[in-house]
Ligand binder design. Structure first.
Ligand code: ACO
Length: 321
């Protein structure tokens, strides 16, 4: 038995911040941001929108497309590193809003790999028959942990949510999924302080993302290449068996380098970050939903999703849609 994605949904906040807008706030240019990152604009949640609000909208759209009753969902997993609050978890907040009564609900914290981690777990629940209908969401409001005076990071990060509904199926769905992590890279992309670790002498960026961009870039490219080759080898597949590659949407230069190393034509790579920036755990399900909605990705296609995030954490998932 397989778990299969029966529908996807996504949501981006209405507020658009363009590169030109950022030119007015920090020492940068539209040209620099476009050429170094591929980003043209990003969406930023309004002050009264929390991560759960974005997650709820994406989940609702996926439920509508799946044409299922929300009550049939018996597992909710949300990948996020920017939960509304420490507790209740984002999963339970959207459970209540969706009117779901009989489900487990929890969040997974694996930064930009959060969606792949959450899908990997949901797949195991479905195949072990511990769940019969899973709602998996990747949602983040990175704008809330971004230092908007730091040009090294604020041009990259943004807000959004994407969701998928998984059900058991006799026909192939999720073919494989591998997760990995290496905490030795923790200091390349991190938030210095948080819930239990407090600064002795607080500074304005204590609760914001700090990043060594160049080093992240190098490790990301190498890791994404090697985990792809491992995932394909385990399935006795090669890159030509993949119809669509959906990498984490962090930077088009990272994506182009990985595609080149793998020998996959860039036309077979879903790239959506130009209009929404790096939305962390939301980025892969956003790209998946957009790929399906645009008619590029069709039923029966084989898709390789690649997650990479702070920690570092990473994950692959090969699916037949
Ligand atoms: N506008 C203008 N100039 C800038 C900006 C900016 N927004 N940001 C940095 N610069 C300057 C730097 O100060 C530096 O100037 P200097 O040479 O005078 O010191 C110059 O541009 C070059 O800086 P680099 O950091 O070498 O630029 P690089 O080409 O590496 O691009 C970037 C920086 C875009 C951050 C790149 O390293 C990158 O994309 N890294 C990966 C980071 C990433 O994707 N993080 C997301 C997390 S991955 C994931 O999601 C976990």
């Amino acid at each position: 038995m397989f778990s299969k994605i029966i529908a996807t949904g996504s949501y981006l906040p209405e507020n658009i911040v363009t590169n030109r807008d950022l030119e007015q706030q920090i020492d940068t240019t539209d040209e620099w941001i476009r050429s170094r990152t591929g980003i043209e604009q990003r969406r930023i949640a309004s002050i009264d929108q929390n991560t759960s609000d974005l997650a709820y909208e994406a989940a609702n759209r996926a439920i509508d497309k799946a044409e299922i009753a929300a009550e049939s969902i018996d597992l909710i997993i949300v990948g996020t590193c920017t939960p509304d609050v420490v507790t209740p978890n984002v999963g339970t907040i959207i459970q209540e809003r969706l009117g779901i009564k009989n489900s487990a609900a929890f969040s997974v914290e694996a930064a930009c790999s959060g969606f792949i981690y959450a899908m990997n777990i949901a797949d195991k629940f479905i195949r072990s028959r511990d769940a019969s209908c899973a709602l998996v969401v990747g949602a983040d409001t990175l704008s809330r942990i971004t230092d908007w005076t730091d040009r090294n990071t604020c041009v990259l990060f943004a807000d959004g949510a994407g969701a998928a509904i998984l059900q058991p199926s006799d026909t192939p769905g999720i073919l494989s999924s591998e997760l990995g992590a290496d905490g030795a890279y923790g200091d390349l992309l991190y938030v210095p302080y948080g819930t239990s670790r407090k600064p002795e002498q607080p500074k304005p960026d204590d609760y914001c993302l700090h990043m060594k961009g160049n080093e992240v870039f190098k490790v990301a490219v190498k890791t994404l290449e090697s985990i792809t080759l491992e995932a394909l080898a385990k399935q006795n597949m090669n890159i030509n068996d993949i119809d669509w590659l959906i990498p984490h949407q962090a930077n088009t230069r990272i994506i182009h380098s990985v595609a080149k190393r793998l020998g996959i034509p860039i036309e077979k790579v879903i790239i959506t970050l130009s209009h929404h920036g790096n939305t962390s755990a939301a980025s892969i399900p956003l790209a998946l939903d957009e790929g399906i909605d645009s008619g590029k990705i069709e039923s029966g296609d084989t898709i390789l999703m690649l997650g990479f995030g702070a920690g570092f954490t990473w994950g692959t998932m090969i699916i037949k849609l």
